[in-house]
Design a protein around this ligand. Structure first.
Ligand SMILES: Cc1cc2nc3c(=O)[nH]c(=O)nc-3n(C[C@H](O)[C@H](O)[C@H](O)COP(=O)(O)O)c2cc1C
Length: 174
């Protein structure tokens, strides 16, 4: 699949078939994440794979009962190691680059998954402390996103995008 086709066609998928995702495909999807750019190549990202149904239920509860999480065969929790990023970039690293670096990694995950016909959804609405407790995260590791992965049972229509004309500013704002 061509890059632009993958970018245009990718959808958030919230309805999954129960079929498991082969380990090598999961590994390749995570590998895609590790090729993302990061500030100073610090690579502060950490990925936790959750397949255990009870743990998935706890993750869904932490995500304000977004129960489709439980039906995804694989749930990835994307974290930043704040010690690693702040050692390089201080508070800007901790408050901004950690989010930017993991977001770049996440986008690679979504696109690599789509190319392999694996649906995904980026979930940002969750209680960080509950995720911390569930996954026994050390205090320097901040959970920044939950990504569900699974073969799509249903793909919804593409939500409207703002047109390029609407968002593009040439040379200055007006
Ligand atoms: C930072 C962020 C947080 C999001 N949080 C959630 C979420 O908590 N639950 C959810 O179902 N989708 C979530 N999404 C997915 C968006 O709803 C989705 O990307 C958007 O509606 C566009 O649809 P598309 O991904 O199919 O193009 C999130 C996406 C981003 C980038």
């Amino acid at each position: 699949m061509q890059t632009m086709e993958c970018i245009r066609e990718r959808r958030s998928v919230r309805n999954y078939k129960p079929d498991p995702i082969p380990e090598d495909i999961i590994k390749e999807i995570i590998e895609a994440a590790t090729h993302a750019p990061s500030s100073g190549n610090v690579q502060d990202w950490e990925f936790i794979v959750v397949k255990n149904p009870e743990t998935k239920m706890k993750v869904a509860a932490a995500a304000w009962e977004q129960n489709f999480i439980v039906s995804a065969p694989v749930v990835l929790v994307v974290c930043s190691d704040l010690d690693r990023i702040s050692a390089a970039y201080g508070s800007r690293g901790e408050t901004l680059y950690s989010i930017q670096n993991t977001s770049a990694a996440i986008q690679n995950i979504l696109l690599a998954a789509w190319e392999k016909e694996v649906g995904s959804c980026w979930i940002g609405a969750f209680n960080e402390n509950k995720i911390r407790d569930t996954l026994v995260l050390p205090s320097n590791v901040r959970p920044l996103a939950i990504i569900t992965l699974g073969y799509p049972a249903e793909v919804s229509k593409k939500p409207r995008r703002r047109d390029v004309k609407e968002v593009l500013h040439m040379e200055r704002w007006e």
